[in-house]
Design a protein around this ligand. Structure first.
Ligand code: UDX
Ligand code: ADP
Length: 463
């Protein structure tokens, strides 16, 4: 089957960049990205491609090249579904905040809504591709909704999990380690798989395109993220031990990372992992394990999250105890709010939790992040519902300028590893701070010696 029209439901961190790259690499395919959120679509269509709603290095250039040629952004979901041969579902699947599985299971209401909409609108056969991270066996649910429409339209469901990491999305999409496509073992399923393979084969070498059954594909996505998160929690567990024993976690990470069986990546100790995937995917894994009665398996993976929670809490506790056991009414400057550098995404960012802890201690927070909007910071805190929105607004101030954020502060907390933080005039910052001037480096980012020479009291994770 020759794909000529693709529709993607959901213009977010996954759908947006993925479709932009498919459109760039496949000029013969018309790609339409749709979203219910009209404001988001308007930003994707902004004539100045620098204003697109998602910050990713290199993305605005790709959008600039393909938009209006074969890449379109629209709110007309029905029309795009009706026209397409292949539909990607790229909507969000947050952790449930209500009912059974609250706090663990994925909330599939957006997925189900999409499936119902596809079922209602489709008049011709379609290949439906799950792109969102989903719990295992979601394809089954989508299939069941689509197959019971009674209008004779045939659907094939594929699982094609996205492995791009935010901040490096474009590079990851252009040169993926692998592309994974899961489908039915029936001849029709295999044909659908071939159709999607032929899209990626436009720029990805064939030996990097893996095909599996649907369940393996769905589970692999959860397992890949669980393994990566586990490495971060493992090194973070060691960071606390290093602080007690006088070992240095960076040295330990380097020493073990040079063992080729272990490898150097994902061993950077930090204030804790964040992002929309790690926690959610592990919780999904835990929930699935529990639902099959596999308590030990569930406990094993849950510990990765408990360790991460501990690391965030430990960081904020240390700030309070170092500042003479009180931060009440003290200005604490936050450098960084995003969950990692080179993205404006803040979902599950460690900064939110550290801020929440310090606000319980009545600190005054001054936050600077190069790409996160002020509204987003407040909405992240308001979402936790730990205190009233008005209180958050009173105790948290967002700054456009890092020097102003640090002026008069008792301490600086580095929460995101933005490169620009390294090149600041740290002497100037020091001169305007309350003394002793503390820096709590949650990312092992800054130069300890240089800061100590200026006069800062510098502490990093794991040493
Ligand atoms: C992750 C997976 O890497 C990606 O393959 C999947 O598609 C989605 O989930 P992402 O959440 O964008 O991607 O970011 P990632 O680079 O994996 O970082 C996750 C978190 O771990 C960040 O908060 C990051 O700062 C933290 N991290 C990462 C560390 O603390 N130390 C490390 O060594 C690596
Ligand atoms: P991700 O990181 O998975 O891409 P995002 O939250 O960034 O998650 O993007 C998901 C997008 O999907 C949001 O912009 C949201 O408005 C959109 N969305 C959710 N449900 C639907 C739906 N039924 N139809 C169209 N768009 C949807």
């Amino acid at each position: 089957m020759n794909i000529t029209k693709i529709c993607c439901i959901g213009a977010g961190y996954v759908g947006g960049p993925t479709m932009a790259v498919i459109a760039q690499k496949c000029p013969h395919i018309q790609v339409t990205v749709v979203d219910l959120n009209a404001k988001r679509i308007a930003l994707w269509n902004d004539p100045n491609s620098e204003n697109i709603p998602i910050y990713e290095p290199g993305l605005s250039e790709v959008v600039q090249e393909a938009r209006g040629r074969n890449l379109f952004f629209s709110t007309d979901v029905d029309q795009a579904i009706a026209d397409a041969d292949m539909i990607f579902i790229s909507v969000n699947t947050p952790t449930k905040t209500y009912g059974t599985g609250r706090g663990q299971a994925a909330d599939l209401k957006y997925i189900e809504l999409c499936a119902r909409q596809i079922a209602r609108v489709s008049k011709t056969d379609k290949i439906v591709v799950e792109k969102s991270t989903l719990p295992v066996r979601t394809a089954e649910a989508i299939q069941s909704i689509l197959h019971n429409t009674g209008n004779g339209v045939k659907f094939q469901i594929l699982s094609n999990p996205e492995f791009l990491a935010e901040g490096t999305a474009v590079a990851d999409l252009l040169q993926p380690d692998r592309v994974l496509i899961g489908g039915d073992t029936t001849p029709e399923g295999q044909k659908a798989i071939e159709a999607l393979v032929s899209v990626y084969a436009q720029w990805v070498p064939k030996d990097r395109i893996l095909t599996t059954n649907v369940w393996s594909s769905e589970l692999s996505k959860l397992v890949a993220n669980a393994f990566l998160a586990q490495r971060v929690s493992s090194i973070n567990a060691i960071s606390e031990l290093c602080e007690k024993t006088g070992a240095n976690v960076n040295e330990v990470a380097r020493a073990i990372g040079m063992d080729s069986r272990i490898g150097p990546k994902f061993l950077k100790s930090s204030v804790g992992f964040g992002g929309s995937c790690f926690q959610k995917d592990i919780l999904n894994l835990v929930y699935i394990a529990k639902s099959y009665g596999l308590q030990e398996v569930a406990d094993y993976w849950e510990q990765v999250i408990l360790m991460n929670d501990h690391q965030k809490r430990r960081f904020s506790k240390n700030i309070v105890s170092t500042l003479y056991n009180t931060v009440a009414d003290k200005k604490i400057a936050f450098l960084g709010w995003a969950f990692k550098k080179d993205t404006n995404d803040t979902r599950e960012s460690a900064a939110i939790y550290v801020a929440n802890d310090l606000l319980f201690e009545q600190a005054q927070l001054a936050v600077y992040d190069p790409k996160v909007s002020h509204e987003q910071m407040l909405s992240d805190l308001n979402y936790l519902q730990s205190r009233s929105d008005a209180e958050n607004e009173r105790m948290v101030t967002a700054y456009d300028n890092p020097y102003a954020a640090c002026e008069g502060a008792h301490a600086i907390a580095v929460l995101t590893e933005w490169d620009e933080f390294r090149s600041y005039d740290w002497q100037q910052i020091y001169d305007k701070m309350n003394k002793p001037a503390f820096v709590f480096d949650g990312r092992n980012l800054l130069d300890k010696k240089a800061l100590e020479t200026i006069g800062f009291k510098y502490q990093a994770i794991g040493s």
